[in-house]
Write a new protein. Structure first.
Length: 291
């Protein structure tokens, strides 16, 4: 569907002004905030998917090398968040590619901000009928990102897998499972790594609680078979922290309880991570990695 002339003109005007502001040297923080508000305005009030896609593509063109460190953090973050807010496939894929290519020495704020924006962009894109091919490409890139970023940034990566369909799409579930198995095979896995699944577990449970028709049910069963063993293997590494006196252990125990709530929906019954934790059954937890 094509846009009207007035919409095209609006997009061009916003994009040109934003492009100048986000590449300016020594920009005013107040001016940048005003630009951010202006950029978000066309996306409020229920704009059409066609407008959101066209707007995102045009902004992507105008922003140029929006993650270049010659730009201020504020300039970069505005670009990340606005591109994500459009839900444009082109914008989200470009953002994912840039996160994948992040330098190993990139500032912590940057990888965190980009991963958060990417997760938000995926969420928006899925409401605009994100193409199956693009879902698969994004899942592949999330897999590469997950091995390179901090646990706090990985929270957004894991949530991204859910939003792409990790609970009801076998291909996405397999890619997610590969990530979890890779993390589980690390020599050391911190409690923070395990807790990177907190938000994703809550979102996954919400997805699986939704009523399913026959077609959806079959898809969920296939996804569950792909995901469940890796989910168990990943959380089996909680055994490494059973004897720890870390303050975060109560939080880890609560997370294991939420994973337990998801397991029956994935076809896994008779297993309780929380019960094994409470019994301090290190061997029992570790045995789950071979299920």
């Amino acid at each position: 569907r094509t846009l009207g002339a007035s919409q095209e003109a609006t997009i061009s005007r916003f994009a040109e002004e934003a492009g100048r502001a986000l590449s300016a040297r020594k920009p005013s923080e107040d001016h940048l905030e005003a630009v951010r508000v202006d950029l978000m305005t066309p996306l409020s009030g229920g704009c059409t998917p066609a407008f959101a896609r066209a707007y995102g593509a045009r902004l992507l063109e105008a922003f140029g090398e929006y993650d270049d460190d010659i730009r201020t953090p504020q300039q970069q973050m505005i670009a990340f968040t606005v591109l994500a807010a459009t839900g444009s496939s082109a914008s989200v894929l470009d953002l994912a590619e840039r996160v994948t290519d992040l330098d190993a020495n990139a500032a912590a704020w940057k990888s965190m901000a980009m991963c958060q924006a990417l997760s938000q962009g995926i969420t928006k894109a899925t409401t605009l009928d994100l193409a199956e091919r693009n879902r698969s490409d994004l899942a592949r890139m999330l897999g590469r990102i997950a091995s390179r970023v901090s646990p706090s940034a990985n929270r957004h990566v894991m949530e991204g897998f859910v939003m792409l369909g990790g609970g009801d799409n076998e291909d996405i579930a397999r890619r997610w499972a590969d990530v979890l198995k890779s993390l589980a095979s690390r020599e050391t896995l911190a409690a923070e790594d395990l807790l990177s699944m907190e938000g994703a577990t809550v979102k996954l449970r919400s997805v699986l609680l939704n009523p399913a028709n026959r077609e959806t049910r079959d898809a969920r069963e296939a996804a569950a078979k792909a995901l469940a063993p890796a989910l168990l293997a990943f959380h089996a590494r909680a055994a490494d922290h059973l004897d720890s006196e870390e303050a975060g252990n109560d939080r880890l125990r609560a997370h294991l309880g939420r994973v337990d709530q998801v397991l029956p929906f994935l076809g896994t019954r008779g297993v309780s991570l929380g019960a094994l934790w409470d019994a301090k059954d290190t061997d029992g937890l570790r045995a789950l990695s071979s299920n």
